[in-house]
Write a new protein. Structure first.
Length: 332
């Protein structure tokens, strides 16, 4: 019937057998070839089929279709549509089980069914009883009851919880030994010894982080002091007339590259520039006129030479004669 509401066939909750079935381990291929819908798991009581069977989100669901051939089918359809019958039950053939503690659920008493084959689906009146899910192995139906053992799906040992705890403790001990060896301790080291060593390493790590921070702070302070010293040296060179003020930035950058001491040596090797105003003295050449180091015209910077020619002709003529060996022609 089109539009019939979907119904859950199976999920991964703990069932009345004391086990659960992994949905991702269920094979439905064979069932899909003949997806019959039975009444209460009775063979021959076919009341329809299961359409659009899906495996998703840890569940197997489908859409029941009632063919209304048998009286049970007509009644089941009417009750399903009314909502008084709303549970299905699946029959599984067990292929593989596991007692791995990692796959156990609280209250579980039998191994987990990790692989199974869906055989048939039935509509049932009560889903919580032992007939709500039918399990078989090798085609033989399993009879399971509380406290009763079964070779195909045996009860877990009475001390299963202790066994699981033992496995967990064993696993933890293995991990402890591995960590101990990584820390350079003996594989027989106790938990307290391992914790002590870890705390020691954490202390080293924190101390190292503190030292790194302090080192970075000191580096910044030294850079600040170093830059301040370089700037002072450059200011002194400007005041001494060894460099022009417009070139301060250049020499500061140079100082950063070559260092304070090398920059000072560079400035020490420089002579202060002597301007005409120093050499001029009322139109006469002063006795200390050679303090600029000028003995002839070719030694005078171009910008100073023009100024001397215009403001101190006597000095200019003196330097001219020293340069060419003859008297300087009259200046105009």
């Amino acid at each position: 019937m089109s539009g019939m509401k979907r119904i859950r066939i199976s999920n991964e909750t703990l069932n009345s057998y004391g086990t659960w079935i992994r949905t991702d381990g269920v094979d439905i291929e064979q069932y899909l070839r003949n997806p019959v819908l039975l009444w209460m798991h009775y063979r021959g009581r076919i009341i329809g089929c299961m359409k659009d069977v899906r495996i998703e989100d840890g569940e197997i669901t489908g859409e029941p279709y009632f063919d209304e051939v048998l009286e049970e089918s007509r009644v089941a359809k009417a009750q399903y549509e009314k909502g008084t019958l709303r549970m299905s039950s699946a029959a599984f053939d067990i292929i593989e089980t596991s007692d791995d503690p990692a796959q156990m659920k609280p209250g579980q008493t039998r191994p987990t069914v990790t692989r199974a084959k869906l055989v048939e689906v039935s509509m049932v009146d009560i889903g919580g009883n032992d007939d709500a899910i039918v399990l078989s192995r090798g085609g033989k139906r399993l009879t399971l009851a509380t406290g009763k053992d079964c070779d195909a799906l045996p009860l877990l040992e009475a001390n299963t919880k202790e066994s699981i705890n033992l496995k967990n403790r064993t696993s933890m001990n293995e991990q402890l030994r591995t960590i101990a060896l990584m820390l350079g301790l003996a594989d027989s080291a106790t938990l307290a010894e391992v914790q002590r060593e870890i705390n020691l390493l954490l202390g080293y790590k924190n101390a190292n982080a503190t030292l790194r921070t302090e080192k970075e702070d000191l580096r910044k302070e030294l850079d600040t002091l170093r830059l301040s010293g370089i700037a002072s040296a450059v200011d002194e060179a400007v005041a001494a007339g060894k460099i022009d003020a417009v070139r301060k930035a250049h020499f500061i950058e140079l100082g950063k590259k070559i260092g304070m001491e090398s920059l000072k040596l560079t400035f020490d090797a420089m002579h202060a520039a002597v301007r005409p105003s120093v050499l001029l003295g009322g139109g006469n050449v002063r006795k200390d006129s050679n303090i600029g180091g000028w003995k002839k015209l070719s030694e005078v910077p171009a910008e100073e030479l023009k100024l001397i020619r215009e403001t101190d002709r006597q000095l200019y003529q003196h330097l001219y004669k020293a340069e060419y060996g003859i008297e300087c022609p009259e200046l105009k």
